[in-house]
Design a protein around this ligand. Structure first.
Ligand code: ADP
Ligand code: MG
Length: 341
């Protein structure tokens, strides 16, 4: 039997001290971290960006196939992806935790091990949080702050007509990872002796369980001296994000099916699960790539980044959001559920 320490044995303060002891400070503008009534930050004249994401067991994650350590890493990636989308550099996180009595000190440790690994990966400080009991399941609220020079801040609504519309990485993989994990869960529930069939799915499963916020791209932009004209991260699917950029900028967009980057493993998995790879890319979500626009003038520099693909351009036709198919047919970009959230 694995060791199980009840949270009641160490107490709330004992648990917080136990958590805090494992983290080291990385950002010089974190003046004060865990321990007082609040953290103290000193952004030294820069703009501070901040945002929160809420994750509820059974709604946003399933502990049936998500190891707690992966979940810890993922919740940090998800909130930091929004910081990346502002072209900012991440710096601090705070966490609100609701724990039911199903969770032991060891399970909290596993969650925080993933959070700690993410803090190392992204060079951010865990500077505070709150811990409380939950009647059922696990609740995680994750807040992040980042910093950006005023002239490098990038919003959604500042694209210009004829700007080149680009995406990083490839799309649709996270949804295929989710389908793979859901299928294995069903197989396991009906026959616990069955071996998981995840061969040939390592990339898509990793994209679902361990997404990365694309700060490698943010650093590339800085190295190249380019500031995108608008940007958003791809959490709900490419179509939805493009519609957000268009709405916020008061512009149209035209993209080309043949340019949408989709990994081979995503294609194969999509065939297996009877979904269209294009739909996975357009409406899948959870890929956490960046969707951004750059001026025609800056595009030759951006084009040199291996992991960036130009997929189309912005137009001054305010209500146009279209995709030119390989067949030359033109279809409207639609995002299921758009406007409902
Ligand atoms: P208060 O009673 O003032 O809310 P707490 O006892 O909740 O103080 O928190 C004490 C310190 O520990 C604070 O710095 C708080 O931000 C931090 N903290 C509380 N819970 C967590 C957690 N789950 N993870 C990280 N830091 C936490
Ligand atoms: Mg508190």
């Amino acid at each position: 039997m694995e060791k199980r320490t009840e949270i009641g044995e160490v107490g709330e303060f004992g648990l917080i001290n136990h958590i805090a002891a494992k983290f080291t400070q990385k950002q010089e503008w974190t003046d004060l971290g865990i321990g007082d009534d609040t953290a103290v930050l000193d952004p030294k004249g820069n703009k501070v960006v901040t945002t929160t994401e809420l994750f509820i067991e059974g709604v946003h994650f399933d502990l049936g196939y998500t190891p707690l350590q992966h979940l810890g890493f993922k919740v940090v990636s998800v909130v930091l992806s929004d910081i990346a989308a502002m072209n900012a550099i991440p710096a601090q996180i705070t966490i609100g935790l609701g724990l039911s009595n199903r969770f032991s000190v060891e399970s909290v440790d596993a969650l925080y091990e993933g959070i700690r690994l993410a803090c190392e990966e992204y060079k951010v400080d865990l500077v505070g949080g709150d811990t409380t009991s939950s009647p059922q399941g696990l609740i995680i609220s994750m807040t992040a702050t980042g910093v950006v020079e005023a002239d490098k801040l990038v919003q959604r609504g500042t694209a210009k007509p004829n700007d080149v519309l680009c995406v990083t990485g490839d799309l649709g993989a996270a949804l295929m990872g989710l389908h793979s994990l859901e299928r294995e869960k069903q197989v396991f529930l009906s026959n616990p002796d069955m071996k998981p069939e995840l061969e040939g799915k390592s990339y898509v499963v990793l994209r679902q369980l361990k997404p990365m916020a694309r700060f490698d791209m943010i650093h590339e932009f800085r190295d190249l001296g380019v500031v995108p004209t608008s940007m958003i991260d791809c959490s709900d699917g490419l179509a939805s994000e493009i519609i957000h950029l268009c709405n916020a900028s008061g512009l149209g967009a035209r993209i080309f099916e043949k340019n949408i980057p989709i990994d081979d493993e995503t294609y194969l998995a999509a065939t297996e699960f009877n979904v269209s790879p294009l739909t996975a890319a357009l409406n899948g979500g959870e890929d956490y790539e960046l969707v951004f626009t750059v001026s025609q003038e800056d595009f030759p520099k951006i084009e040199k980044i291996a992991d960036v693909t130009a997929i189309g351009y912005m137009t001054n036709i305010g209500n146009e959001r279209v995709m030119v198919m390989k067949s030359d047919a033109i279809v409207d970009l639609t995002a299921p559920g758009f406007g409902k959230q």
